[in-house]
Design a protein around this ligand. Sequence first.
Ligand code: SAH
Length: 343
Amino acid sequence: MINLLNLDKEQMKGLFSDRQYRGTQVFTWVFAKAVSDIRDMTNLSKATREELSKTYVISYPEPVRTQVSSDGTEKLAYRLHDGQIIESVLMPEKNHWSLCISSQVGCAMGCAFCCTATLGFKRNLEVSEIVSQALHPLRTYPDRQIRNIVFMGMGEPLLNYDSVIKSIRILTDKDGPQFSKRRITVSTCGIIPKLKTLWKDSEAALAVSLNAPSAEIRERLMPVTRKYPLEELIEALKAYQLPNRRRITIEYVLVKGINDRVRDARELIRVLHGLKVKVNLIPFNPWPGCALDAPDHEAVLAFEEQLRNSPFAVMLRKEKGRDILAACGQLAGGIVHDGHEAH
Ligand code: SAH
């Protein structure tokens, strides 16, 4: 059986060669109305629905656990058809919600500060497994306005490029869930070849996890730097074609004693010279078994202060959901820490 959640609008139209509007209708049922049964597609004839049901299903990952943080952040875990567990994080903002989703099971990048890295790489997510991380909360909490989607959960989105691009196309389709392209952010550790096509293919916002002001420090924290050197990454960002007013977000995880000194901030400003970016500082979120430490509060403030005196806008990301291991870099499907596989 084929899962309709894996098909975009063009593919659905292709199912009805003579009457393509039927395909758009099916697309709307699946992605805008988020029905879970082909029988519910009531503007299709009974015969059409029966015919479709012979080959197609609508199959969601199974929600297995929701944890709620004292700050309102929710971590949602799903079991996939092969038993793997992935996690998403729903974060309350003032008037809306932001959703952080995963693109892979585990991750191959091996960043020293990231808990997902300890899982190693298991597999890429299918389109259905990506889009359902947005559709499930839409269905479950219809009164919550989910406005932003960030690919900052488990995995490296640019190493699951085609499925991530197709998912963005579906999530932003006017006949589907209608998320705004500007409010979808792809976050990457810097897979340079994919940066060449990302804007053209997605028009999504881009965040780059830089995390270091020099190649030496970056290699220590992010092994991917050996394959895609810092200098070349900066060049790729210079070449990245964004419309005038938009900015790339530079993410910078502050780790005590490694990249959190004032001179690191100064060097960072030099490295970023000439780029259209804003900087997002993220104090390291510790997780059990990690040898790195969170920066002192004073160090964070001093680092931020340096950047305030630069051409770049700077934001300090508030850690959310730390108490339920839902903050940046803490997602590991409950496999490493809380031990209890969901039931
Ligand atoms: N692979 C993608 C997306 C996942 S990481 C990427 O590298 O961008 C999402 C963000 O969380 C990255 O900016 C990363 O630097 C940050 N991060 C990872 N582990 C963290 C931790 N323990 N504390 C704080 N931020 C972390």
